[in-house]
Design a binder for this molecule. Structure first.
Ligand code: FUC
Length: 803
């Protein structure tokens, strides 16, 4: 077998070590705090027709409460979600029989009998039950505007700059406007109906849900829908059927009319002859945490509503907009074509669905890429806020009771990808829910580590749900992968590396990371043939190395995850000055892991063995984790391995699912190949992978591609994983002119860049922590000595400081 061995770990971790010998001449603080960005780039999605179906509707959300707004003129549908409404109830998925079979499975794998091992795992080691629970729709709010079928001058838009959906049209002589937003400040969906003529607003509001429910007016004239998820024992694809009563929920609508009157009539709220109407919709479930579902949804709704009704519409709106803009306005992006570009300047004036179609026919459309980037940031702000559930496979937007893959958390790529934009795109606090999830998983995953494998620490396999499942689930082919926890710990460490919050590292991140590392210390076992310490059993997510067999020992991805995790734990324990013995144990163990290997095609091997996999263009790119999101492989630090990654990427091709394309953008960006990254981005932005409402389609709709695509665009403009802040590392020819403001780099830096005709012209770096900043652009490097709060301006071309 032809293979070259590459010990890994050299670039495993660093906290901004000096990699460059650079100019540290006396530096002055720039007088301008940020570059003047002429225009904040495109930030509106708009349409000339109502949404005909869900994938044309527009999402709003406050992290917890989400809605898809169709914008129908006569029969408006607003599909509702509350992020804790899931099927099932608290449950421990551990299989007490699993551990008995571990030794035999390991023996079979070491003997090369992978298929037999996979069969035993499938029969005896899966969680109980083997499928998880699913995220649920809450139901629909319907607004009936009788007589509004025939309208003119219709426009429907999502304003990313304010997080507001707006619908406007003319009916006869009157001009009607609807505004909708989901306010994090007031924990309510706010709907404002206005008309330029008095007394013309007539609307009937009703609520509905596929779950067991009843709708009644309350004493205060509000419409109240209360219900409960009830399991009838019927499962669905990858969703367990369970019997019994689960989460209770409630939704309330309060309508305040200006002029006219509001009457609660049976199951409807009727408003007639009003000049304007403000509706407040609140919702809650009985979920307190993954163990306890005894909260009172009615009381929660009452509390939200009592506070919100006191505020006039203007205040609700301005509180929402300023809360949202505090996050959204941190980053601005403008991408412009060159003079000779075939990009049609009129395209950006088209409705967004037509723009998407037009862009697919052209070589490049920088404006659409900029809009897609900001849409990704909008979605993260709207799906994940401190205290909410993390963004699941569909963010928080789901109209089904049996959604694809349960709309749960798939952690062998999808959940990680959801959070890739968080740090670099300046939405760091949106990661909070992910860290809460990990904290819960140390408990549930601790039980699985002990009961399934007799290990300390905690483990998470390829999926989790609201109940914090951690066992191997679905089928052995997919679920035999003990590395979801190890991978997600990367986000904890990166949060620290970007922001420098030592308190966070000490109290939250390090204990979780340490538990994940403890699991691997116990789980790793010596491979009888090579003597390496290997994870066994495991798989390289969802990819077969032979036939329909994925189960194996030490796929390359696991080795990379453990290098990353152990390296980060070592660094963290040094920063915190704790656990010297533990650190030594990690350091010793790292030396005994398998090396990364280059196979017969020049590719980075995905498995210990150099096999030709049955599906060379498989969607997963697991073994390239060391290139992105990890930093074990870099073109300058490990050129041979970087070249092997290129080969692997070429063999995988430029197609795939939405999220697979999104990941490839970052991979090509890390290889400094901006044109190839752009080619893959263009494939992602094709109708089919990007729906008319710009949501990603796997297919079907799955939100990870939106987040991965957003992060990939950032990765093309700025990188900081290799000890340097690298400016425009992968700028494609298709984006010759542009500017970005407010991207974040590791080490506590905010970066603004402007470029013209493909040349970097202006740079501003703001330092939060006062660390040294090793700046790179192409072959030029510069060491910036910074002070906390300092702002530094460099002329782009030669990286010279502008006094
Ligand atoms: C993984 C992927 C699928 C899909 C699912 C939710 O299983 O391989 O493509 O994204 O997660």
């Amino acid at each position: 077998m032809h293979c070259r061995l590459h010990p890994i770990g050299v670039f495993a971790t660093f906290l901004f070590v000096s990699l460059t010998v650079a100019d540290s001449a006396s530096l002055a603080v720039a007088d301008s705090r940020s570059l003047a960005v002429a225009d904040s780039g495109p930030t509106v999605l708009w349409y000339s027709r109502p949404a005909g179906n869900w994938v044309e509707a527009l999402p709003i959300g406050n992290g917890r409460l989400g809605a898809m707004v169709f914008g129908q003129t006569e029969n408006e549908r607003i599909q509702l979600n509350e992020d804790t409404l899931w099927s099932g109830f608290p449950h421990d998925y551990a299989n007490p029989e699993a551990a008995k079979h571990l030794a035999e499975v390991r023996r079979l794998i070491f003997d090369g009998k992978h298929a037999e091992a996979q069969k035993i795992i499938d029969q005896h080691m899966m969680g109980v039950p083997r499928f998880l629970q699913a995220y649920q729709t809450l139901g629909d709010l319907r607004l009936k505007f009788s007589g509004h079928r025939q309208t003119t001058d219709y426009r429907r838009e999502l304003d990313l700059g304010a997080a507001i959906v707006r619908v406007t049209y003319r009916q006869g002589d009157a001009h009607f406007t609807r505004e909708l937003f989901s306010s994090a400040v007031d924990q309510a969906i706010v709907i404002r109906l206005t008309c330029d003529r008095p007394g013309l607003i007539n609307v009937e509001a009703t609520l509905d849900s596929p779950h067991s429910h009843q709708t009644n007016p309350d004493a205060a004239g509000r419409l109240v829908m209360s219900g409960q998820w009830i399991g009838t024992g019927k499962g669905a694809s990858l969703i367990a059927g369970v019997t019994g009563a689960g989460l209770r929920f409630e939704t309330r609508i309060h309508a305040k009319a200006e002029g006219g009157k509001v009457t609660a009539d049976g199951e409807a709220l009727k408003i007639s002859g009003a000049d304007a109407v403000t509706m407040l919709l609140v919702a809650a479930t009985s979920h307190k945490n993954y163990r306890d579902i005894t909260a009172d949804p009615a009381q929660r709704c009452e509390d939200y509503l009592t506070a919100a009704v006191k505020r006039p519409f203007g205040q609700l709106r301005s509180a929402h907009v300023s809360d949202y803009r505090r996050l959204f306005d941190r980053v601005q992006l403008q991408l412009q074509p060159g003079k000779d570009s075939e990009a049609d300047p009129e395209a950006s004036e088209m409705p967004t669905d037509r723009w998407l179609e037009a862009a697919a026919k052209r070589a490049a459309d920088p404006g659409l890429a900029a809009l897609y980037f900001q849409f990704g940031r909008y979605l993260l702000i709207s799906a994940s806020r401190p205290g909410t559930q993390p963004a699941n496979l569909q963010g928080i937007w789901n109209e089904h009771t049996a959604p694809p893959w349960g709309s749960k958390y798939t952690v062998n790529i999808n959940t990680e990808m959801n959070y890739w934009p968080a740090e670099v795109c300046n939405l760091s606090e949106c990661q909070g829910p992910l860290f809460d999830l990990l904290e819960d998983l140390t408990v549930t995953g601790g039980r699985i580590a002990r009961q399934h494998y007799g290990c300390r620490g905690w483990v998470l396999h390829h999926n989790t749900d609201l109940w914090r499942a951690a066992a191997p689930v679905d089928f052995a082919f997919y679920g035999t992968w003990p590395s979801g926890g190890g991978w997600l710990c990367q986000n904890l460490w990166q949060h620290y590396v970007f922001g420098g919050d030592r308190e966070f590292l000490a109290r939250r991140a390090y204990p979780i990371m340490k538990g994940a590392a403890q699991f691997y210390l116990d789980y790793l076992v010596e491979h009888p043939k090579h003597g390496w310490l290997v994870t066994c059993p495991s798989n390289s997510p969802e990819n077969a190395h032979q036939g329909r067999v994925s189960v194996c020992a030490a796929p390359t991805m696991d080795v990379q995850i453990i290098h990353d995790l152990f390296g980060n734990c070592i660094e963290a324990s040094k920063v915190l000055d704790v656990d010297a013995d533990f650190r030594a144990k990690l350091t010793d163990t790292l030396k005994r892991l398998p090396p990364m290997q280059i196979g017969k095609h020049g590719q980075l091997q995905e498995w210990l063995m150099d096999v030709d996999e049955p599906e060379p263009q498989h969607r997963h790119l697991s073994h390239l984790l060391g290139l992105h999101p990890g930093n074990l492989i870099t073109p300058r630090g490990t050129p041979d391995l970087a070249e092997a990654c290129r080969k692997s990427l070429e063999r995988r091709g430029d197609g795939g699912t939405g999220w697979s394309l999104a990941w490839k953008i970052s991979h090509w960006a890390r290889l400094h190949d901006g044109n190839h990254a752009h080619l893959v981005l263009k494939n992602l932005l094709r109708p089919g992978h990007t729906l008319p409402n710009l949501l990603d389609s796997c297919p079907p709709f799955q939100i990870d591609g939106n987040f991965g695509g957003c992060a990939g665009i950032a990765e093309m403009l700025l990188q900081s994983h290799a000890g340097e802040v690298e400016l425009l590392p992968a700028l494609p020819d298709a984006w010759p002119n542009g500017s970005v403001k407010g991207l974040r780099a590791r080490g506590g830096f905010d970066v603004d860049l402007t470029w013209k005709a493909g040349e970097l012209t202006d740079v501003v770096i703001r330092s939060k922590l006062g660390r040294d900043c090793h700046v790179r652009h192409g072959d030029q490097t510069k060491l910036l000595k910074t002070t906390a709060g300092g702002s530094y301006r460099l002329s782009g071309g030669l990286l010279t400081l502008v006094p």
